[in-house]
Design a protein around this ligand. Sequence first.
Ligand code: ATR
Length: 336
Amino acid sequence: MDAIVNAPVSSDEHRALGQDRLRGSIDGHTRLVGVIGWPVSHTRSPAMHNAAFIALGLNYVYVPMAVRPDLLQAAIGGLAALGFVGVNVTVPYKEAVLSLLHELTPAARFVGAANTIAIRADGSLLGHNTDVDGFTDDLMSHGVSLPLQPASPALSRGAPAAGGPSRDPSDHSVKRALLLGAGGAARAVAYALAHAGVHVAVVNRTTEKAEALCRSVATSLGFANSPAAGGPTAHHFPEALSELAPAADLIVNATSLGLNGPGDALPWDRSVPFRAGQIVYDLVYTGQTPFLQLAAAHGAKAISGLGMLAYQGARAFELWTGQPAPVDVMLAAISG
Ligand code: ATR
């Protein structure tokens, strides 16, 4: 058997972990959490969670674990024996991990992916998808109200020190959303919005994938699969944008366009204007993408996916620790 070689972590990550170790101590009582992926050198989650543990004085440590594909089953199977409280799961294992878990939440089952595992006292593994609630939590932190406001522990606490970022005082009511993309990231957003009572129009280059996503949202949430019943609708990208954009209160980019930097094609048609006050959200969390810049230039409220990253982490933190997450600390740790 080949030697098991972990992918190297960046020097920044080493530095961050080293600083954390100096500030907190690891001892026989330290509780273990972490992230499993391949590679994991890109992940900001260790910095985010370790900053949160230090801020609350919790004796936990979050470690990155680069797991080779042929060892995924062994790694997941060994978590309970090693005493882990839980782990995050990142690319490329969010789907593959499902068959290795004992139970899934409805959101993880629907999305077909788990990004968080909670390990129960009996050693059984429960798979969550905290991207779903992370997305709506972040919308709400920006003053967005949804028809069926989902329960949001991170926001309902309201305490500035241990709560979410202060709410934007303006109230943006979202009833209709236009969702760009029909891949894995779009599934979490479609489920979150439809579950919150928002009518979702899915616009995708491959219409069949949009149709399949709409059918599974409708089935999973009990909509008759028709627009009249409030179920999601499928449309072709980019032709449908001009017709659908004016009525949308919220537009979300969940395509992979933008992930490769500003040189990527826009997930939009430049001839289609945005409305002043329209909310435009980009799941890409590298800051103001060209898509967000275009929307902002039209007076739209442009939101980057960085907050979603913090809130999905906050949901995982709360599952593992049972404590309210310091979302401001977590957001600060991954910003910049
Ligand atoms: P993820 O898991 O990150 O969502 P994915 O499942 O590969 O990634 O989905 C990528 C999404 O971006 C898809 O909706 C894809 O459209 P197709 O279903 O037609 O492939 C969309 N996408 C990627 N490149 C695109 C492009 N050049 N133009 C339009 N849409 C694109």
